[in-house]
Design a protein around this ligand. Structure first.
Ligand code: IDP
Ligand code: MG
Length: 138
């Protein structure tokens, strides 16, 4: 479904108590939250989720970080959800992110960058179904 995207409030942002602020940011930007849950990924889950990056030098660091603490996974809905959410979160490196973006506001570093966003509608569908059953998407 092209109007859905998948987001994660990553362990750094949960630890820093930014869940509420980021939740409000999501709602202020006009997204409908179809579902959200607080989870702690296993290392294996993180490895599967980021399998596309398995050959990157940062894969180990990334999967360790993503399984290091609680994160919030969310299924979001809005017109052009994938593109718009990428705009709202900003560049991967918070130092390069535009003012007012979530990563500019709440991220510390390239690795620990507060949030995830799907990069295509096809991946959004896969990522949503990785964490949610259809009956949870209400
Ligand atoms: P994206 O999250 O903006 O789509 P990707 O290139 O898909 O960025 O990378 C996935 C995640 O891997 C990033 O959000 C970040 O947490 C981490 N990452 C990307 N590049 C690096 C790096 O050079 N060093 C450490 N971590 C990185
Ligand atoms: Mg990506």
């Amino acid at each position: 479904m092209t109007n859905r995207t998948f987001a994660i409030i990553k362990p750094d942002a949960v630890k820093n108590n930014y869940v509420g602020k980021i939740y409000n940011h999501i709602l202020d930007k006009g997204f409908k939250i179809l579902s959200a849950k607080l989870i702690k990924m296993s290392k294996y889950q993180a490895e599967q989720f980021y399998f596309i990056h398995k050959d990157k030098p940062f894969y180990e660091e990334l999967t360790n970080f993503m399984s290091s603490g609680r994160c919030m996974v969310l299924a979001l809905q809005k017109e052009n959800a994938v593109e718009y959410w990428r705009e709202v979160i900003g560049a991967t490196n918070p130092n390069e992110a535009e003012d007012g973006t979530i990563r500019k506001l709440y991220a510390n570093s390239l690795g620990e960058n507060a949030v995830h966003g799907s990069d295509s509608s096809e991946n959004a569908v896969k990522e949503i179904s990785f964490f949610f059953t259809e009956s949870e998407l209400i």
